[in-house]
Each structure stands twice: as C-alpha cells, then as structure tokens.
Design a protein around this ligand. Structure first.
Ligand code: MOS
Length: 759
C-alpha cells in the first residue's frame, strides 16, 4: 500500500498509524452537552447579558439603491435610554468595507447604499426596545436611484451599475480540458438544458449576534461565529490592532451554514459603540435583518450540454454558469462537479459572477455545489433515459479513481460506486424504478442523484489534552461547535485514545484567549482537521501516562493499555490501576499533551462522496410534491458518531428539500425589496414536510490515508445531491422535467397541464 510521508514511524514523532476498529468512536452517542441544551442552561451569544450592557439597533436603507443625502439624529439622541449614535461621520466609522480587486469598495456606513438593508447609522440604548425606537426616530433623507435585481438584466450594458466599473465581477472564468467539439461529435446521445435555481437563505435558528467590550486597548467580542480565529483576524485588521489584543469567544451556537464565516458590520458597530461609550454593547440582528444582510446562496442560471456513447461512457460536458453575488464581491457559482464527479475527457465550464442591487451572498453549505448539482444530475438523468440505461448504471460507467481537476491525482479513497450500488440495494431502487405508481390523482416516482464535495480542509489545527490527578480530562480546542456535535465528536476521540469515560471529559472550546488554533468550522473540515490534532494530543498524554505506570508497576510499556479510566496490564488477571492511583500522576498533578494536525498526504486527494435516493408523491390536481421516502448513502469516510452522522445527513437532505420544493427569496420587481424576509413567507420545510423515516447509509471505505482518523467530511456532501434526487423523482413520477427550482405548485401545475395537452 502506498503511504503518504506523514506515516512516519511513531517513534520518530510522526503521525500515529490509522485507526482500525474503534471502541468509542463510531457509536451512537448523545451529545455531551445535551443536558445544557435541553434544560435551557446553555448560554448562546444571543442570551449573553453583561452588567451594564447596552443594546444596539441599526438604521438600514429601505431602498434597493439610494444615496443618503442627510442623517438627522437629534430627536433620537434625546430619547429615553439612548446613550449614543453612530453615523458615517462619527470617529472611527469611516472603516473600509468589502474588498474588491483594487481595495475596499465601500465603508461601514456608505452613503451610496447598494442594497435594501445597507447600514446607514446605529444607536445604543439601555434596552433593545429603546434602541429600536430611537433608530426609527433617526431621520434619513434618501435620493432613490434606479436599480437592477435581475442577474441576466444586470449583464446588459443599459442596466444601472452597482459599482461604477460595471456589474461583472471580472471576466468569465473558463476551465477547459480535452476537445469538447470532438467529444460531442463522438457522442451517440446529447442532452442540453438550461436550469434556474433560487436564492436560498441560511436561516440558522440563532440570529447573527455579537457582544463587544473594551478593556483599555484590548477588545473582547462574543460572537455567534463559525470561526473565532478567523473573526479575530478580521477584527484585528478592521481596528488595526495586534491579534493578541483581540479576543473572540464563541458560546453555544445555533447554526451558521456558512453565513457566520465573515465579520459582519453589526460586530464592528457593537465594537465602535462599546469603545465610545465605555460599556459592553450587544448587536443582535432581527430575523428580518438576517434575510437582508447576513448572506444568501446566490441563484444560478446554468446551461449544461452533455454527450455520451451508447454504452453510457461520457464524452463531453459544456457548461455555462451565471450567478448574482449581490452588491459586493464573493463567489456565486461553482462548476467543480462537472469537471470532477464523473470521468470525462472533454470539459468546458464558463462561470460568470454578476453584481445586482441586493444583499451580498455568503458561503452557503457547499458554496455553488447544490445549484450545479441540480443541473448536472438532471442532465445525467435525461442522458440515461435517452440511452435507455438505468440512471444508476450510467453513473457506474463513469466512476473516476483520480481527481481530474487535481492533475489526475488518485483519491485516498472513493466510495462513489459503493454509494450507488449499496444505496440502490438498500432503497429498493430496482423495484421502485420499474414503474411509477398511480393512485388516483397521485403519482409516485423515484429518483437518484450523486454528488461530491471539493474541499479537503486546512491542514492546520492545534489541540491540548490535559489529564488531571483524579483521572478527569480537559480537552482544549479552538473549534466552534455550530450545533453539529463537534464537542461530542472530539471528546469521543479523547475517550478512544485515553480510555476515559466521556463524562470525565470537559471540553473548553472556541475562545482565542484560552483555546488553541482551529480553522473555521466550515467547508466540512471541522472533524477531519481537528480530530487528528486531538488524537495526537491524547496519544501524547497516553505516552506519558504509560511511562509513569510502567515505572510504578515495573512492567514494560508495551504490556500496558488504558481502559475505563485505568491502566491495565496485559495478560490473564492483569492488574488494573485507576489513573488516580498512579503516584507519578499525583506528583505532577497533570499530564499535558499538545497535538497538531499533520499535513495532507502528498500527491493524493481526499474528498467525500454521496448518492441520495428520493421517492416523491405528486398531486397532479394541486401540483403539491411530497417526499415520502429518502435514503442518503454517504462516503464521508469513518463515521465518528452515528447519532451526529444521522443529524448531519438528515439536516442536509431536508435543507435540500427546501431548495427543491419551497425556499426562495422573492424580490419585488417594482421596488427591489425582499417581500418574504420572514419565517412566515419564506418557506423552510417543517417536520410535516419531510419524510417520516429518512434513512442514512454510511459507506466507509476505511480510508487509511486521508488523515489519521479516516474521516472525510459530511456537512456539505450530505446536502449537495438532495434537491436533484427530488427533481429526478418528480420526473419519474410525472414525465415533467422541472428545470427551475423550487418546484412549487405554481411552477409545476402549468407544466403538468402542458404535458396533458401534448398527450
Ligand atoms: Mo460552510 S458554507 O463552509 O459553513
């Protein structure tokens, strides 16, 4: 077997050998903080109350595009409880914001407002209600300007400009390999379709919120953030302060989905008000504000053409992707899967990112991947039909062993084929696919979609494990737990290596002053980056512990193991010494292990794969679609905790069902304003909208090369193909290909009627 350089022998200080069978890791265990969460004891940033803390409210531009002519704060400043206001002319408020290629494109309170909700002024008061009343009392005079909210129209030269240099975020990015024309000439079947996907909102349960406090020249920020270290860096730049003088603390957190990876203006506003007023200041967005300014998944228009031979071998892909990033730069599209999911020698992908007068997009659960998957997996489905091949079979014909987008480097493992085969088996694909069912006006059908994620994680994290004299343990990690179970999984890694019961492990996390570097919890990297560092730290403690025990027991280290909080001597009737009875541990009071993440394997690519199956029921009279069965076969490498694995998998699938069927930002054409910026009109699936018993099927290829725990990341791949599987099932059920998501009754009914007219 080929082994990467990080498998240096343990004695040489290299990475430990990969796990085989594990005793704790992989089990179905509840969260270590489940009690705090369900009892209400858990303090989320939104719950934080500091003595004398003030509350901020932000005045926002009500127009899609406007210029601020005048801001009058006099009346607001005289209102009860008001402690201070902040406008563009306040000291420190001229902060540059939103980086473009040639410097900042905007400022904290930019008088040129380029989207509804853009920040104009802020106020701090004793209570949130006083702050919001005062914000409403600030008089702002606007000059309304023409706007463009439609991405295709924004590309037209006559469209209003978002920035003076235009609405294109650079020239289109083009990727090519092989000869696409020759590929199509060699094809027996060609399919070309144009797809549209919606703007989806992150809607984390906990809104975006920060609390800021100054102590002299030092700044402390409590934030509902996916990465305390990344936020510290952004704050140190914004306030031109040394990293060491900024402390960011993450508390319990109610979700992020990518929308909490960036420094938000509300955080800077809280910090500026706190510095000026000498108090701590909380800035919490309302749900409506999060819809306007805290990011979204951009819509995409994707034209995809694909060709294949009779036997299903893919010959060419030609794709054009276009998406609106909002008013400020970020990425809107990703054609990654077109170039890497299937073997295909001839590929062209052209991506265009365009600016419109709407809130800026942010990373959203596998940025760009679900929209691209919506196109790719429906085109593959249509190709299969054209070639009279089963959709599972067609995919199995085109499984790559190498990453074509990474110089054809081999994967450390790929379970894509197994996900297809074993998933189909477990779902009962062959039987269900035979014939769509008709029950009166209802039509039932099944669909499949595959997907992959394209990021292998930042190979850098440090963790500390400390074993105390009584055998209890502290695990210190900078990782944020978005609510996904990070703390639990990392504690299980310690329990695995140190033989300590989970309840003896305290996790200290997400605080730049007291916990060690971890990259942001995003990109599906949290487990696969942090677990190996935690494992290395635990093994270092174990090494010291066994040395102490060997001395006391006069046995060689090789004959000792740890289990149930004790050192166990191998062999029949071997002695068992609880850690607390080890004299050497009592003398030192603590054993400390520092673990760092080893580099990725050289010349190889480690990525997760997924194949998901859906059965839908379409009411042909109302156009309503219900997902009645769902199975997710996930190759994310090792399952760390089957419980959190299922949580991630079902959460991802359900968010995908929202994308497929109901979630969509609606901007009013007349005003450019969002008309459904609330949880009533913006339809996130509820439990009643989801299948009663979704099934997860872990496909673990026992990857011994990706890293020392064998995990490849789950949060994003669990979500990438979900919507496409639903779309393909709708097609199977009805014969109607719905190119535009979400598939609401309003979209589906006319298509069903047109189909009936044709029949
Ligand atoms: Mo994710 S979109 O990297 O939280």
């Amino acid at each position: 077997m080929t082994r990467g350089p990080f498998f240096a022998p343990e004695s040489g200080g290299g990475a430990p050998p990969p796990w085989g069978e594990t005793a704790v890791v992989g089990k179905r265990l509840p969260r270590i903080d489940a009690y705090e969460r369900v009892s209400g004891a858990a303090v989320y940033t939104l719950d934080l109350q500091l003595p004398g803390m003030l509350h901020a409210a932000i005045v926002r531009c009500p127009h899609a595009h406007a210029r601020v002519k005048r801001v009058d704060t006099a009346r607001a400043e005289a209102m009860p409880g008001v402690r201070g206001v902040l406008t563009a002319s306040s000291p420190g408020a001229a902060m540059p914001w939103y980086q473009g290629q040639e410097g900042a494109l905007s400022t904290l309170f930019d008088p040129h407002c380029r989207h509804e909700g853009e920040e104009v002024a802020a106020v701090a008061a004793d209570t949130p209600h006083q702050a919001h009343d005062a914000a409403r009392a600030i008089v702002v005079e606007y000059e309304e300007l023409p706007f463009v909210i439609d991405a295709e129209r924004a590309l037209d030269d006559s469209a209003p400009k978002v920035h003076e240099w235009g609405n294109r975020l650079g020239p289109p990015r083009v990727y090519t390999r092989g000869d696409v024309a020759a590929g199509f000439a060699a094809a027996d079947a060609v399919v070309e379709m144009t797809f549209r996907t919606p703007v989806q909102m992150h809607t984390p349960m906990e809104v975006h919120v920060s609390v800021a406090q100054w102590d002299g020249d030092r700044l402390t920020v409590w934030d509902s953030t996916q990465g305390v270290y990344a936020l510290r860096e952004a704050l140190s730049e914004a306030f031109t302060m040394p990293l060491a003088s900024v402390r960011v603390i993450g508390q319990y957190m109610g979700g992020g989905f990518g929308s909490k990876l960036e420094l938000g203006k509300y955080t800077a506003i809280a910090a500026l008000l706190a510095r000026r007023l000498g108090c701590s200041v909380k800035a919490a967005l309302s749900r409506e504000e999060t819809f306007l300014v805290a990011g979204n998944r951009p819509s995409n228009v994707i034209t995809l053409k694909a060709g294949a031979k009779k036997d299903g071998t893919l010959t060419a892909f030609d794709a054009r992707l276009m998406g609106p990033v909002g008013a400020y730069p970020t990425g809107a599209t990703s054609g990654y899967q077109i170039g890497d999911l299937y073997l295909c020698p001839n590929v062209k992908v052209e991506s265009t990112n365009v600016l419109i007068h709407a809130g800026k997009a942010r990373a959203f659960r596998a940025p760009g991947f679900p929209p691209c998957n919506w196109a790719l997996e429906q085109v593959i489905d249509a190709l299969a039909e054209k070639l009279s091949l089963d959709p599972v079979e067609l995919r199995l014909k085109n499984i790559p062993a190498v990453s074509q987008l990474n110089d054809n480097a081999p994967y450390t493992s790929t379970g894509l084929a197994r996900c297809l085969r074993e998933g189909a088996q477990a779902f009962g694909w062959a039987e269900a696919r035979g014939k769509p069912k008709e029950i009166g006006v209802l039509r039932r059908g099944v669909g499949v979609a595959a997907g992959m994620w394209g990021y292998g994680g930042e190979p850098n994290a440090t963790a500390i494990v400390t074993l105390f004299a009584d055998g209890s343990v502290n695990l210190n990690t900078g990782a944020s737990d978005l609510g996904t179970g990070t703390k639990t999984v990392l504690a299980m890694v310690v329990a695995e290596e140190l033989g300590v019961p989970l309840e003896r492990i305290e996790v200290e996390h997400a605080d730049t002053a007291t916990t060690k570097y971890a990259p942001s919890s995003g990109g599906s990297q949290t487990v696969l980056v942090n677990s190996p560092a935690v494992r290395a730290a635990a093994l270092e403690v174990k090494r010291q512990l066994l040395e102490i025990a060997a001395k006391q027991l006069e046995k060689p280290v090789a004959g000792l193991a740890v289990s149930g909080g004790a050192v166990v001597v191998a062999g029949e009737g071997g002695a068992r010494v609880p850690f607390a009875e080890l004299k050497g541990l009592g003398e030192r009071q603590m054993l400390l292990g520092v673990g760092t993440r080893h580099p990725h394997p050289e010349g190889k690519v480690a990525l997760p794969f997924a194949v998901q199956f859906a059965e839908v029921e379409v009411d042909t009279r109302t156009g309503a679609v219900r997902v009645v069965r769902f199975l997710a076969a996930q190759d994310s490498g090792r399952v760390m905790n089957r419980f959190t694995f299922d949580n991630q998998t079902f959460g991802g699938a359900i968010q995908g069902m929202g994308f497929a069927l109901s979630e969509e930002r609606v901007l009013d054409r007349q005003t450019g304003k969002m008309v459904n910026a609330n949880w009533h009109d913006y339809k996130v699936p509820t439990m009643l909208d989801t299948p009663a018993e979704p099934v997860s099927l872990p496909i673990d290829p026992h990857d011994t090369e990706c890293n020392t725990v064998g995990a490849k990341g789950l949060g994003e791949p669990a979500h990438i193909p979900s919507a496409s599987a639903v779309a393909n099932a709708i097609y199977h059920a009805t014969g109607v290909r719905v190119l535009e998501a979400p598939v609401t009754p309003v979209r589906l009914l006319p298509l069903l009627a047109a189909r009936d007219r044709r029949a």
